[in-house]
Design a protein. Structure first.
Length: 473
């Protein structure tokens, strides 16, 4: 078979970033005490992070790679953090990422081609890679995936209905563009486990056998004679008086007497609602955020319990939240300051208590105007107070101890701003058990992704006598 490849001006040079010097992963912050964290959040370019993971020993060991790259939309996206909750309350905005390409599709492909190539060595023989796109680029990227992963490794093209056909798109003089595409490629031994969904069966559409079991009938279709013989042995074949063969599908009955059957989900996903229908607490304000229900379906279908999930365009961290909820390990990465700040706050807020924050050649911009005080109490605990600029409010912060090479912060306590209609304000006070430590390390994150990193000296406990003297002075 002659290969078919996609060509564009400059393609030969697009893979050059794969030969640049390897960038090491550098731990920055560690929430949890295990030697190998179940969750990792890395700031860095997808190329650098993928190559670093391979160098670390994760080559051919990843069960699921999910990529939600820019779509080539021609839009620059902003993250919005609602500070007060009310519709007319304060909103802090920051640029999340740029999806404009001056050179058109060629520039877009120059970006995506090497990143797809970089993740290929991570994929386990039983693993799969899912690339999330829409109509703007899916037709191009499928050809790239054929080239990189192999046309014979194509598993599925899944269509997710992400929005109803309403408003301007319904009146646009064409069919509404309401769909996203998931291109799925797998290793040589990949096998997905599609979920099932309950479909109600009208009583008039079901029959009952001699043993009282309800069933529906369907033509034998493409079942072979051997398959029909196997189904017949299981009691699942029905023959008409004329000899036609039908297959029985068992039907269950719920507590209210309604009949239903479990049907495997196919490649048309219309039952996962868009983010607008998710709870307000789930919505982070990050643009193009995907609903957790969508990622939970993907993670459950494409990875085993305890398996490893990688997302190198992580955005607000939905893949990590889904992986954690389903008992998988994960590595998330994004190059953007805003994405890392939003994902870190979201993961910790969701209860991810075994998380490593790392850098791979990228560091967030620093933020001035933040200070803190730390005072030891008589019981040995330390009270920490963060003082931030009123016009640049933080969204999250942590306090801990600097440990190990590079000064990674071992987190003692962390705080994140709440979400939802009435988000809990960010607590700027924390009480920690710091032992005899004289210095604490703080990391304070803001909506725009900037981070203030500072060391704070712990002041000794104030005795009643010294406090009285201080008052008299």
């Amino acid at each position: 078979m002659r290969p078919v490849t996609l060509e564009w001006a400059g393609k030969s040079a697009a893979l050059a970033p794969l030969t640049r010097p390897l960038v090491a992963l550098e731990p920055v912050e560690r929430a949890g005490r295990g030697d190998a964290p179940r969750g990792r959040l890395v700031q860095g370019d997808a190329i650098d992070v993928a190559r670093a993971l391979v160098a670390e020993g994760l080559g051919a060991k990843v069960d699921l790679v999910y990529l939600d790259p820019p779509f080539g939309s021609g839009v620059d996206y902003a993250h919005e953090e609602r500070l007060d909750g009310a519709a007319d309350g304060r909103v802090a905005r920051a640029r999340a990422y740029v999806d404009t390409w001056g050179g058109g599709p060629a520039d877009y492909l120059d970006m995506l081609y090497p990143r797809l190539a970089a993740v290929a060595p991570l994929l386990a023989p039983t693993g799969s890679v899912w690339v999330h796109l829409d109509w703007r680029a899916s037709y191009l990227v499928r050809a790239l995936c054929d080239e990189i992963f192999g046309r014979e490794r194509f598993l599925n093209e899944i269509v997710w209905r992400r929005a109803p056909n309403l408003g301007r798109q319904a009146r646009s003089g064409q069919f509404g563009r309401t769909l996203d595409t998931l291109l799925v490629y797998g290793g040589p031994n990949a096998r997905l486990v599609p979920p099932t969904r309950r479909t109600e069966v009208p009583a008039s559409g079901a029959r009952v056998d001699a043993e009282g079991r309800s069933f529906t009938l369907a033509p034998r279709g493409d079942y072979t004679d051997a398959s029909v013989a196997r189904l017949d042995a299981e009691g699942r074949i029905h023959r008409t008086a004329s000899g036609r063969v039908y297959v029985k599908y068992w039907v269950d009955r719920d507590a209210d007497g309604r009949l239903w059957k479990a049907q495997p989900v196919d490649t048309l996903w219309t039952d996962v609602p868009p983010l607008r229908h998710a709870s307000p607490e789930e919505r982070t304000g990050y643009p193009t955020q995907k609903p957790r229900a969508l990622l939970e379906r993907i993670v459950a279908a494409a990875s085993p319990p305890g398996g490893l999930v990688v997302d190198l365009f992580a955005g607000s961290g939905t893949t990590g939240a889904a992986a954690w909820a389903l008992g998988r390990r994960f590595v998330l990465a994004d190059v953007g300051d805003v994405a890392i700040a939003a994902a870190r706050a979201r993961l910790l807020r969701d209860g991810v208590d075994d998380l490593s924050i790392e850098r791979c050649g990228r560091s967030p911009a620093s933020c001035p105007g933040v200070s803190a005080t730390a005072r030891r109490a008589h019981d040995g605990s330390v009270e920490v107070l963060v003082h931030a600029s009123a016009d640049h409010e933080p969204i999250a912060w942590s306090v801990g101890l600097r440990r190990g090479p590079g000064g990674c912060v071992e987190v003692l306590a962390h705080h994140e701003r709440g979400t939802g209609r009435s988000p809990a304000p960010l607590a700027l006070r924390s009480v920690v058990a710091a032992g005899a430590e004289r210095t604490l390390a703080l990391r304070v994150l803001h909506v725009d992704g900037t981070v203030a990193e500072l060391d704070v000296s712990v002041r000794a406990a104030t005795t009643a006598r010294s406090a009285a003297r201080a008052g008299a002075a």
